[in-house]
Each structure stands twice: as C-alpha cells, then as structure tokens.
Design a protein around this ligand. Sequence first.
Ligand SMILES: [Zn+2]
Length: 214
Amino acid sequence: MAAQCALETEPTTAFTRDSHPLERGRIPCVSDKLIAVDAPADIPVEHRDTPIGHLFEYHNLGRALVAVEHPELLIGMCMDNRKTLLMPENFAFKLRTSGANMRHNEFRVAYAIAVGGVRHMALIAHTNCGMVGLTHKMNAFTRGMVDAAGWDETQAREYFFQYAPFFEIEDEVEFVKLEAQRLRTRYPKVSITPLLYKIEDNRLYLVREDLTNS
Ligand SMILES: [Zn+2]
C-alpha cells in the first residue's frame, strides 16, 4: 500500500485544505477503491468535524478517548471477532451483524435514528469477511452444526441452503457501498458513509464513492 501511494503524483482537492505544516507536501494514500486516513489533513473536507471525522480521529489518529455526553453515530459492522474500534464511551450505537448487512436490522437502525437521535451512520465492512464466498462453506457449516450444535445433517444442510443466500457477499467493499446507497434511500435525512476495516493493519479506510449523483 505504501509503495502504491508513493507513486501518486496529484493529491485530490479534497485533501489540500488546512494542511498542518508538517504534512505539507505529503501525498495522501489513495487507491481507486479506498482513501486512507493517516493524518488530520487526509480526512476529506465533507467529513471534517463530523461524527465520521471524529471516528477517524479516535481510531486512526490517536485522539484522546474522553467520554462524550450523547451518541453521535450509529455504527453498523460485521460480527467478526477480529475488529475493535477505538472510540470513547457513549460515542456510538453499534449494530453488529454478519457482513454489516443491515437488511434484518431495520427496526434497530430506525430506533437509533428516531429515538437515539443519531444523524450519521458508518457502515463498516472488513477484509477477509467470512460472508464472502459463503456458499462454498456449506460442508464446514453442516459438519459444525452436527458436531457442535447437535443437529441432524439434513436439517443443517437445508438450513444453510435456506439462509446462506441472504448473507452471502461477493465483495466486501462493493457490498458496503451498495448497502449505504440502499440505506440512503430509506433514510434520506441521515448521512451514511461506507468504510472498510482492514484486518491486516486494524485501521479504518473510507470507501471511495462516485459522488457525481450527489
Ligand atoms: Zn465479516
């Protein structure tokens, strides 16, 4: 990643404002799918001083974790055990589901907005998600349910076939982009931002979107 970024020659205008003197001249790490946030100036202007910007400051940039009074953010992320977000007490509501798929959590999303008062949502995919290529894991699932849960093999197999299609993901980043778009149409007054958590470095990345329709 670092080597790729070193080859970038033109920073996008979103990163050129208010650079700290020490950061002037540095080139933000940008790929065609992701935007890395390794310094305050890397946070795109539209996310600065917003709950999304604050999340990057806490998790990626080492901002002090001082408890906040009211939750600012709703976080939808995968139930995977390898991810821990650095944020202060009370900063966010968190919904953890397989693959950050919110389709079966609509009421909880609505509740966090309507009663919890959040106006920003981070939808966080992660690398190496178990929901990618799920249908290839039928044998492991069936074996596990027989051995660990005491199910009958046929019952386990049928259960897998019934539910796996609802949860399978082809590509983590593409999925979370589409899920963010879907949620925007459902909650048009809420700001919804797709992110990626890289298991490899435990850092958050912005998912690059084509914003020409905004
Ligand atoms: Zn996952």
